[in-house]
Design a protein around this ligand. Structure first.
Ligand SMILES: Cc1ncc(COP(=O)(O)O)c(C=O)c1O
Length: 383
């Protein structure tokens, strides 16, 4: 890779148009089918998507809803978690994971993450469980497209009779020892936000479970707790998936495995290029139990992160920091009493993480350009 001779080009973090162009006709036809039917809410398209997602994730049921955030909220509600309860999760995740715990009236309790996987550190989870008798559920997050270490987490939860709610918003299709994200806990929560590996043309979400009673309750809670027309068994919310989104998602689901394979190919390419360069960045680890990583993000670590990000931006390369402020330090959680230093791994990751473009449509020379530019940054910093 040359040092200072790279011509600037534009590589956004994610170029959704590049993905859309290849499937435009199918997407438009699916949308036209829904508009022609004038059936916009739930209905046949959503039922078919639910069947397809359940089959894809290896569960008996899937229940569509309006967003990944609502999926988490509905899961907590359906499991009867609320005021006076605590729920254990990671402080290094998108805000919704903890925000939805607070939204049902419960208190988020955090345990730090493992720096190699960015996911919950099970030894620390065990400590938190021992010191917090009010914990009523555990929400492991499968961050960036790779599963948390589910066997020990599920074992710890079972020891206390606690349900595990998987936050699989970023990890559709990811596998843990051959099992799919969303099929290992009592319930899995997915987001169809457009930047997710399976993204809608707007907001959307889905829950997965193999528990028939829970599935029934979730199906009711998303329509104001209604089991029969105008009969409300519980107080739920309006969180319906619309048919336009379901129709688009059904088209995209057929391409998902190909896109995931492309992301993996690009991740391996980055690993090879960066390992062979003099740039001292740490590339993400895929552990033996993470039998399928779907790379919603390819996140490197380096202490010079902010300088590197600015350098890449000047040269047309889009990157993002997921996440710059861990959840225990968010202003809205100040009254929980956490302080800087409480979760040192999450705090360090917040200062070092940088996500690079990894979508399937990238060409090998795009990755060469990104890696060459990273190497130039370190080269120029050293002279
Ligand atoms: C880990 C995680 N949990 C929950 C969510 C919430 O999903 P949504 O944006 O669809 O509400 C997201 C999405 O950004 C996420 O990344």
């Amino acid at each position: 890779m040359g040092q200072a001779s790279l011509a600037v080009r534009a590589i956004p973090l994610l170029n959704l148009r590049a993905q859309y162009q290849a499937i435009r006709e199918e997407v438009m036809a699916a949308m036209a089918r829904v508009v022609d039917s004038q059936q916009f809410i739930l209905g046949e398209e959503v039922r078919e998507l639910e069947k397809e997602i359940a089959a894809y994730c290896g569960t008996q049921y899937a229940i569509g809803c309006a967003s990944g955030s609502d999926a988490l909220y509905l899961a907590l509600l359906a499991l009867g978690i609320g005021q006076g309860d605590e729920v254990l999760t990671s402080p290094f995740t998108f805000f919704a994971t903890a925000g939805e715990i607070a939204r049902v009236g419960a208190v988020p309790v955090f345990a730090d993450i493992d720096e190699h996987t960015f996911n919950l550190d099970t030894a620390l989870v065990a400590e938190r469980l021992a010191s917090h008798p009010k914990i009523r559920a555990i929400i492991p997050v499968h961050l960036f497209g790779a599963c948390a270490d589910m066997d020990p987490l599920c074992e710890l939860a079972a020891g206390r009779g606690l349900p595990v709610i998987e936050d699989a918003a970023q990890s559709i299709g990811a596998e843990y020892k051959g099992r799919r994200a969303g099929s290992m806990g009592r319930v899995g929560c997915f987001s169809f936000y457009p930047t997710k590996n399976l993204g809608a043309c707007g907001d959307g979400g889905i829950l997965t479970t193999s528990d028939p009673q829970l599935a029934g309750r979730l199906g009711a809670l998303r329509v104001h707790g209604s089991t029969d027309k105008y009969v409300h068994q519980w107080v739920g919310i309006n969180s319906r998936l619309d048919a336009l989104q379901a129709a688009v998602l059904r088209v995209k689901l057929r391409y998902l495995d190909g896109w995931s394979a492309g992301r993996k190919r690009n991740a391996e390419c980055y690993r090879g290029r960066l390992a062979g360069s003099s740039a001292p960045v740490i590339t993400p680890v895929s552990t033996a139990y993470q039998t399928r990583h779907v790379y919603n993000q390819f996140t490197i670590r380096c202490p010079e992160r902010d300088g590197l990000q600015a350098y890449l931006k000047e040269r047309g390369i889009g990157t993002e920091i997921y996440y710059p402020l861990p959840l225990h330090l968010q202003p809205c959680f100040a009254d929980l009493g956490y302080r800087k230093g409480d979760f040192p791994v999450s705090e360090r990751m917040a200062g070092e993480c940088l996500s690079l473009p990894v979508q399937a449509e990238l060409a090998e020379d795009d990755i060469d350009y990104v890696c060459g530019t990273i190497q130039s940054f370190y080269y120029e910093s050293s002279i």
